[in-house]
Design a binder for this molecule. Structure first.
Ligand code: AHR
Length: 677
């Protein structure tokens, strides 16, 4: 007889029984080289469908994520309103070109033609083309440096819109220049008679850049004496994501994550430090010129609200993700509305839902239609408040919102801020919010957080998770691995955790309010942190099937694994994906055994291995080295039902095994029993 090959599953059993009876019966390596076993049952009948919306993204207006980030508007404080509705207003970062004593004076008044944002800039030019006070050759006027510099690219076009009126005829140069105004990248003169600009007039100019500079500015200059008023000055790149005003390179990064939902617009941003500064959706819709903008007093900056409620819904649709709309429940960080007075807030919420999905002839649906979107948006989830459960009026307010929304829109899923871990829910909800900010070590342990959670009642929405605090840096490998372990736990508990998203998504490197973040950018550059890349390993999980798997190891606290079956819509093929986090500093030899597949049903060609690791656990990406910690994919040479693989120290590895077409089973079953995990 030839030698008898012992199946891995039998070896695995031996290991399991042996380690119970005689712990040392199998040699499983020394400290520097461990062996572990993973048994996967590929039978989808024993697996469980993962919700279609398990993994998404959370966008908060924090770190200039939207204003000066995702929203492609180049001008900061375009309506000169940043100081509020009273005058004198704060025109920062607009600045003067010329000498304040001899060539021009600037002030603000409330003469704008826009009812909700009356502040306009008044520019009195003292010098002239002739006489005793000659203007400098380049003219005098104002410039806006945008959000830490405008990224102007050679050959690209930019649309500048501005509202102007004057005491006489005008000749104003609209220019894109380098940071000190010396290099002109594009320019156009607006020449108009007094009759044309005696009252507020909209002017539009398209500028094509003849050179590039990531630190450019917009200038409005003249050499003619007189008084000119400016208001609502905008400069937008002509090329934006799907023509909808979003910065394409940033949205591409989001699209690459294949998010199934977007939670927006906060976070604390929704609440405000004070209610008067909270996000009010009605002030963020309609023509951009008519939006008053507001000061977000939690993250302490002004937003012109170009990225408003409509744009968030549009972004969700553009990404094929469901919107998850978080609105204020009458509660901020420091003040709250009594439940007896909360009905106006409830009506605001109802109106917002009608805006998103009402008929085009409904009161609020008609405004959406007028904005170019007659079809309803696919709004199915709303969250009432953010981290407000402990506030005195939350429960009372919540119930009023809940009842009114369910009455008008019974299908809408409602998310409460009260999580069922700390207390039993005393109010109805479809989901409960759960926020997890931990050290890496604690986050890794939390992979099992939901194992024992009650399976009844409201489902969990982990709407903010991240490794922060100790050793998290600005986003390093350590944090990414711990988060990946946590997500593996979520995948395995996706019968109770139905949605999860990382916080925070974006940071403009010039305004770091919070670190780490998933995507770092400035005016022209961007990169994903390791946490961003770790999420790539989970982008096929929503709608997949999580399989039964058993991991046996004597390093049980430092390895965590899961297996899913997913269908690739790009190539129409079916893959078994095994993901493993090795959270310690030694190599692990892993024996993988896959049961429940027909013989030879795994194809060598097309199967691959993807690893996320780096030379140092604390390694971070940067503008200089954007892909220092980046997934690395290679063909899987020994793809098969039984495989010996090596897990690198401190790594996240995915093995994608391409299934043969004869063996693809897509039928789902609900007969999954949790206890089998
Ligand atoms: O992500 C930053 C803040 O952290 C969010 O606004 C808030 O929900 C959480 O406390």
């Amino acid at each position: 007889m030839g030698s008898c090959k012992v199946p891995y599953s039998v070896l695995l059993l031996c290991f399991f029984v042996g380690s119970l009876l005689v712990p040392q019966c199998l040699s499983i390596g020394d400290d520097a080289n461990q062996t572990a076993f993973l048994l996967v049952n590929a039978s989808e009948a024993l697996g469980r469908p993962i919700p279609e919306t398990l993994f998404g993204i959370f966008f908060e207006e924090i770190n200039h994520a939207g204003a000066g980030g995702l929203w492609a508007e180049l001008v900061s404080n375009r309506g000169f309103e940043a100081g509020g509705p009273d005058i004198p207003s704060n025109i920062d970062p607009w600045s003067i070109i010329g000498d304040e004593d001899s060539s021009l004076t600037l002030s603000t008044d409330r003469s704008s033609c826009f009812e909700h944002n009356k502040v306009a800039l008044r520019m009195e030019v003292l010098c002239d083309t002739e006489g005793t006070n000659i203007c400098p050759a380049g003219g005098v006027g104002i410039y806006n440096p945008g959000f830490w510099g405008m990224n102007i690219e050679k050959g690209k076009k930019y649309k500048v819109v501005l509202y102007v009126r004057s005491s006489g005829a005008i000749n104003v140069s609209v220019s894109l220049t380098g940071p000190n105004g010396l290099e002109t990248l594009a320019t156009h003169d607006i020449i108009a008679s007094f009759r044309d600009v005696a009252t507020w007039t909209k002017m539009e100019v398209v500028l094509e850049a003849n050179a590039s500079n990531p630190n450019s500015r917009l200038q409005l200059t003249t050499t003619r004496k007189g008084v000119i008023w400016f208001d609502q000055v905008s400069a937008m790149p002509m090329e934006t994501y799907k023509g909808h005003g979003f910065r394409s390179d940033l949205v591409d990064m989001l699209a690459d994550l294949k998010p199934k939902f977007i939670r927006f617009p906060g976070g604390c941003f929704v609440e405000g430090e004070w209610l008067r500064n909270a996000f009010r959706w009605k002030a963020t819709i309609g023509p951009w010129e008519e939006r008053p903008g507001h000061f977000g007093d939690v993250w302490m900056y002004w937003t012109d609200d170009g990225l408003g409620y409509f744009e968030f819904l549009q972004l969700s649709e553009d990404l094929g993700a469901l919107p998850v709309w978080v609105f204020n429940s009458g509660i901020s960080h420091n003040d709250q509305v009594n439940t007896s007075n909360v009905m106006p807030f409830v009506q605001e919420a109802l109106d917002s839902i009608e805006f998103a999905r009402g008929y085009p002839n409904s009161t609020w649906g008609s405004i959406r239609a007028a904005m170019g979107h007659p079809e309803p948006f696919d709004l199915r989830h709303v969250a009432l408040g953010n981290e407000d459960c402990g506030k005195k009026n939350y429960r009372g307010n919540y119930v009023k919102f809940y009842n009114a929304i369910k009455k008008a829109y019974p299908d809408i899923k409602i998310i409460t801020n009260c999580n069922r871990f700390s207390q039993k829910l005393d109010h109805p909800a479809d989901f409960y919010d759960y926020h997890v900010y931990k050290t890496a070590k604690d986050m890794f342990s939390l992979a099992h957080l939901f194992d024992l959670a009650s399976r009844n009642g409201a489902k969990a929405f982990v709407s903010e998770y991240a490794v922060t605090r100790k050793h998290a840096g600005k986003g390093n490998l350590l944090a990414a691995l711990a988060e990946a372990a946590f997500l593996i736990g979520i995948e395995q508990n996706s019968d109770i955790v139905r949605m999860a998203c990382y916080a925070r998504l974006f940071v403009n490197d010039n305004d770091r309010r919070w670190s780490p973040d998933a995507i770092v950018f400035n005016s022209s550059q961007l990169y994903g942190t390791p946490s961003y890349w770790a999420q790539h390993f989970f982008r096929e999980s929503s709608s997949a099937t999580v399989l039964h798997s058993t991991l046996l190891t004597n390093t049980s606290t430092s390895l965590i694994a899961s297996a899913i079956m997913w269908n690739n819509t790009d190539d129409g093929k079916s893959y078994l994906r095994i993901k493993i986090v090795n959270f310690w500093n030694n190599t692990v030899n892993l024996k993988i055994s896959v049961d429940g597949l027909e013989p030879n049903s795994i194809q060598l060609s097309g199967s691959n291995k993807t690893e996320l690791t780096s030379g140092n656990l604390m390694d971070e990406n940067s503008f200089k080295e954007p892909k220092k910690v980046n997934p690395n994919q290679n063909p899987l040479e020994n793809a098969g039902k039984d495989m010996d693989v090596v897990l690198l120290p401190y790594s996240l590895t995915a093995f994608d095994l391409l299934k043969g077409s004869s063996n693809i089973r897509t039928a789902r079953t609900d007969s999954f029993s949790r206890s089998s995990f």
